[in-house]
Design a binder for this molecule. Structure first.
Ligand code: URA
Length: 435
């Protein structure tokens, strides 16, 4: 018989855990038999001492086994998904999933909530009034079949272990761990019923992997696990040294995504990355060359077919389509405050971690398990790396509902920006592709 204490001690001291010990912990936590404090302790031990490949596989399997592995073989077409390791302002999934579906792929997407300083697709989608992210497997399949895409949270049926572990990691500073990120992402992706997977591994100050070597190591682990399950996986290492797009926040990121899908926005980085990743999804499924696939994605964007798919998905998942169609109907934050540059020069760097933390403090993320996120708070980033700024120019806008948080958040955002007389080199959005 195991005890949590013995297993935590073993991992704390850097010993490898057996398959049975890992299963005991994962099952015990999911069923409520092992409390948060012991699991937090094990997570922190894993954070510091890591896991072997064998342990990682046992952990991923044990997490998947807490729910069902969805069988989508009765739904025709290639089932393709994309997952990001997490970033600030990363709303790519909201745009990419409907575009990929408009191009004929079936996109079953199980996503997460905010994690640490990064935002989460599920919190963003839930800012749409009425939008349901929890559903039965039957409804998940029905929506996928009908619409061509479904965007779901983890549930009692779908990797419940990740739902609980993810929420705990969010508030215990145990996110930036290669085995914990790999098992979290791959357990969801392998359970949701996909044939192919595109992974967007973020690198930079706003990512969990701050340097390219760590990002490569994470990418390789995820590819390894995917291959063991016979999935076609491609990984892109992409830049997260500054926020993606302009908006950081739940509803504001939905709005930015809707505007991209309607052709009303010029956020180049968001559009470029969406096209690259969606084209890879098509190429992995059909073998089509990337340039044809990119053209198809761009056409789906231009023609409005992606926007139509988004609307169809919102309707199918219970969301209020009238708010999506008329964005002015949505409630506004009480406070909108401009942040002005106190120096002149070119923006040379943005500490994107600080910006993400500032958004969490505004209420866009959680400080403890079970906190409610505020859909309307957030940050608009007006100046990005390479932009010229004069003292007094507005570099960002804070959207808040509480006055007392505005000053500390403003100070944090200002301290995140660095200026210099020299223009920095261009940031490569896509750094590497690993297959
Ligand atoms: N996305 C996930 O689903 N899990 C992680 O741990 C990080 C990003």
């Amino acid at each position: 018989m195991f005890t949590p204490y013995e297993i935590i001690r073993k991992k704390r001291d850097g010993e490898a855990l057996s398959k049975e010990e890992i299963e005991y912990f994962v099952k015990g936590y999911t069923s409520g038999g092992i409390p948060d404090y012991q699991v937090s302790s094990l997570l922190m031990s894993i954070f510091f001492t890591g896991m072997s490949d064998e342990e990682l596989l046992h952990l991923t399997r044990a997490m998947m086994a807490t729910g069902v592995i969805v069988d989508l073989s009765d739904i025709p077409g290639c089932k393709a998904d994309k997952h990001s390791t997490g970033g600030v302002g990363d709303k790519i999934s909201l745009i990419l999933a409907p575009l990929a579906a408009a191009c004929g792929l079936k996109v079953p997407m199980v996503s997460g909530r905010g994690l640490g300083h990064t935002g989460g697709t599920i919190d963003k989608l839930e800012s749409i009034p009425g939008f349901r992210t929890k559903m039965s497997i039957e409804d998940y399949k029905k929506i996928l079949k009908k619409v061509g895409l479904v965007m779901s949270a983890q549930s009692d049926d779908l990797v419940p272990a990740d739902r609980k572990l993810y929420a705990l990691r969010d508030v215990t500073a145990t996110v930036e761990s290669i085995p914990l990120i790999t098992s979290s992402i791959m357990s969801k992706k392998l359970a949701e019923g996909i044939d192919t997977l595109v992974l967007d591994v973020k690198v930079g100050s706003g990512a969990f992997m701050k340097n390219i070597d760590d990002a490569r190591a994470l990418a390789q682990k995820m590819v390894q696990v995917g291959k063991l399950y016979g999935k076609k996986v491609a990984v892109y290492l992409t830049d997260m040294s500054q926020p993606l797009g302009r908006e950081i926040g739940n509803w504001s990121e939905v709005v930015e995504s809707i505007k991209v899908l309607r052709g009303e926005s010029d956020v180049e980085d968001v559009i470029e990355l969406t096209v690259v990743l969606a084209a890879e999804m098509i190429a992995l499924c059909s073998g089509e060359n990337i340039s044809n696939a990119s053209e198809r994605v761009r056409n789906a964007l231009k023609s409005g077919a992606g926007y139509e798919k988004f609307i169809e998905m919102v309707r199918a998942q219970g969301g209020d389509v009238s708010v999506v169609e008329d964005l002015s109907k949505y409630p506004k934050p009480k406070i909108v405050r401009e942040i002005k540059a106190s120096a002149s020069g070119c923006v040379t760097s943005i500490d994107t971690f600080k910006i993400g933390v500032a958004a969490v403090k505004l209420g866009a993320g959680r400080l403890k398990v079970g906190d409610k996120v505020d859909p309307v708070v957030g940050i608009t980033v007006l100046k990005k790396i390479g932009d010229k700024v004069s003292s007094g120019d507005v570099i960002a806008i804070v959207h808040a509902n509480e006055e007392n948080i505005v000053k500390p958040v403003t100070d944090e955002i200002l301290s995140a920006y660095k200026f210099s007389d020299a223009k920095p080199g261009k940031q490569e959005l896509v750094k590497e592709r690993i297959a």
